[in-house]
Design a protein around this ligand. Sequence first.
Ligand SMILES: *[C@@H]1O[C@H](CO)[C@@H](O)[C@H](O)[C@H]1NC(C)=O
Ligand SMILES: *[C@@H]1O[C@H](CO)[C@@H](O)[C@H](O)[C@H]1NC(C)=O
Ligand SMILES: *[C@@H]1O[C@H](CO)[C@@H](O)[C@H](O)[C@H]1NC(C)=O
Ligand SMILES: *[C@@H]1O[C@H](CO)[C@@H](O)[C@H](O)[C@H]1NC(C)=O
Ligand SMILES: *[C@@H]1O[C@H](CO)[C@@H](O)[C@H](O)[C@H]1NC(C)=O
Ligand SMILES: *[C@@H]1O[C@H](CO)[C@@H](O)[C@H](O)[C@H]1NC(C)=O
Length: 782
Amino acid sequence: MDFSLPHSFCFFLLLLLPFSTDGQTYRNITLGSSLTAANDNSSWTSPSGDFAFGFQQIGDDGFLLAIWFNKIPERTIVWSANRNDLVQRGSRVQLTTDGQLVLDDQSGTQIWSTINSGGIAASYAAMLDTGNFVLASQSAANLWQSFEEPTDTMLPTQTLSQGRELIAPYLEKNYSDGRYMFALQPDGNLSLYTTRYPSTVSNFAYWSTQSSIARNGTVINTVFSIQVSMQGFYQRATLDYDGVFRHYVYPKTAASSSRNGDMAWTTSSFVPSNICTAIQGQVGSGACGYNSVCRLGEDQRPRCECPPGYTFVDPNDLRKGCKTNFVSQDCDQPSQGTDGFELEVMPNANWPFNDYEFFGSVSEDWCRQACLSDCYCAVVIFNPAGQCWKKRIPLSNGMIDPDTYGTKALIKVRKGNSTAGSCAKKNDRSTLIITGSVLLGNSVFLNVISLLGIYVFFSRMNRQKAKMILPHNVLPDVNLVSFTYNELETATGGFKEELGSGASGIVYKGLLDNEDTPLVAVKKLYKMIREGEQEFRTEVKVIGRTNHKNLVQLLGFCEEGQQRLLVYEYMSNGSLSNYLFGDSRPNWYQRMQIACGVARGLLYLHEECSSQIIHCDIKPQNILLDDSLNARISDFGLAKLLKTDQTKTITAIRGTKGYVAPEWFKKLPVTTKVDIYSFGILLLELVCCRKKFELDAMEEDQIVLADWAYDCFKEEKLDLLVLEDEEAMEDMRRVESFVMIAIWCIQEDPSLRPGMKKVLQMLEEAVQVPIPPDPASFISSI
Ligand SMILES: *[C@@H]1O[C@H](CO)[C@@H](O)[C@H](O)[C@H]1NC(C)=O
Ligand SMILES: *[C@@H]1O[C@H](CO)[C@@H](O)[C@H](O)[C@H]1NC(C)=O
Ligand SMILES: *[C@@H]1O[C@H](CO)[C@@H](O)[C@H](O)[C@H]1NC(C)=O
Ligand SMILES: *[C@@H]1O[C@H](CO)[C@@H](O)[C@H](O)[C@H]1NC(C)=O
Ligand SMILES: *[C@@H]1O[C@H](CO)[C@@H](O)[C@H](O)[C@H]1NC(C)=O
Ligand SMILES: *[C@@H]1O[C@H](CO)[C@@H](O)[C@H](O)[C@H]1NC(C)=O
């Protein structure tokens, strides 16, 4: 019984209205007509065919009863009845015999219906060429119209009545009610609001026409002050999911031409001009959710980003904000101290409404310390005027505001557990052990790792023991073994396997009778210019006293007659030269880590070890890589042994042309700044993954890397330096800052080059990199 009525009714309709589902042009839709949600795209079209009314399938989620641009391949939806309640196949919309438009789902439950004004029954319905769908009375008066119940889009002749509003869709292809609203204020201004999502109650206005509009003016004309004739264009104004109200146009000729597949709607204008900075509410999260920042892209569309150390809560819905990917500081555990945290720089970022403390006239170091030592502090904003604002989580209204030059956010992150790719400081051994034991037992893999760790620990102990029982002389103060020539000859199999050779000597692979570090590199020095025994011992002691994770450790030495040999740790991954200029390009982050490692090693040699060591020969051949691809500087401390008078003549130069600072050629004193110069060249090679000279370069101006890099920097075409390097291309900000640092390092004037400490701070983004001058501007003055 229940089934027979609708069934026969349908049959009756089919007989009566055989055209009701085949999408041909209607002027009047008669009572009793209906459409069914299916894959046949059935619709009621306007006389010109520009607009259609019917069901649109939304992915696999169901159907939307909608009005759309029917001649545009994209089928752009301008209105819908059930955006929060998609219906399934077999659902039906009907102009009932009692003059109402009703949407029923496949089981017959009513989902939506029109409420005709005055409760009057309509005589017919029509899809008009304006995009308005109307229910009309016998006398052609509109009883209901889609223009009166807009969703997110206004069409050229459409006005907005008091009390009506547009609600943005949730996402680009999710038409549910979203987070923004457009409405007429009681004072007559048209305004954009954030909503208290998931409700559609307005929160606060972030844009307004600032003037009372003529009530009969259409929204498009009022908001976008369209002057030119738009006859040839389809137009719409849509409140998009990102909160921007955009006026779009689409040439009608393109819609009918055969090449229309290439076309898309073009934004002709939009408000507000920068949504990221426009949303300034005391409540709510801002344009991108909590703990995020909003950045206006080059295409003028907003993008959501997470600060360093944070990741998106939901990668499919970036506007849900960001969360820390480290364990936050626990105020109940003051003993955790401040050591476990560091600050990552995020230039121009700000969260204007989350201050809880402010300081004026302070230094950056003071500001940093103030945040590190405060367990509530998540971020400090510091500006060059010495102002410092502490902020706490959740951070709201985050934005990148390029107009606040020099202001930067310092984001507190846990050391060794951040996503920041650049010079993130290496794990402390202690945190490694803690992490290791916390994770222990979670997986076989981790168990293997921890077993390896235990092995390493015990073998370290063994090594120390082995050293103590070695029957050799050990130099006082330093832990260096004195080998006999015979021992080293045996260890190297008669100096058979050559690992490399350089300005100072030839390096051989050796095997010691020592269980734990059997492999060594034995360097046989060329005949030395200074031969005194005391001299050699002095220098060896200086080298032996150094101890840094970015230096190759000297283990022992040999001096017998004319022979002078040095015994070093063996570096399994060879030299940076082979790694960098080999067949496959090394990973961008690995290269950045190497740059930072070399910088730390040099800083130690220049400023931190007991007697300053100028390397004088920094180049990729002298940077070795250990098992974990850590950069290790080799060959340091030999300069004094091998050179007579460093300031004298070109012929005495040990450096390899190209890495050699210009002062070698001039009568200027040689200082640590020569290493800075060489480091600058090395840094460019690391960024670009190519050698300092490439004679077969495609273009003449690319032969000398340093010159080419400066040209690219000056012309703002840095992407040319890292073409085909996708990882670097996605990190252009860092490419730029590394190139700028390199240009500072290769200044012809040594006094303009920064010291190693400054270089490292810039690499670590602890200080901002100023715009460097032309490196050659100094030449003429000498
Ligand atoms: C539509 O129907 C109304 C009322 O029946 C009638 O007055 C009008 O002429 C019709 N319009 C067209 C274009 O058929
Ligand atoms: C319905 O329209 C979609 C595009 O909107 C098209 O891919 C599909 O082939 C159409 N189906 C039919 C039966 O015409
Ligand atoms: C659209 O997003 C809302 C909010 O996240 C969600 O509840 C809804 O299921 C989504 N709709 C579709 C069709 O994915
Ligand atoms: C509305 O427009 C008036 C000018 O007519 C302006 O003074 C007022 O600030 C506007 N109101 C809002 C909330 O923008
Ligand atoms: C314009 O608006 C006024 C006041 O709301 C109204 O009286 C008038 O009829 C409208 N004019 C037109 C052409 O719609
Ligand atoms: C940081 O540590 C937390 C908790 O141990 C972990 O969930 C997260 O994945 C870690 N993040 C990174 C980048 O290692």
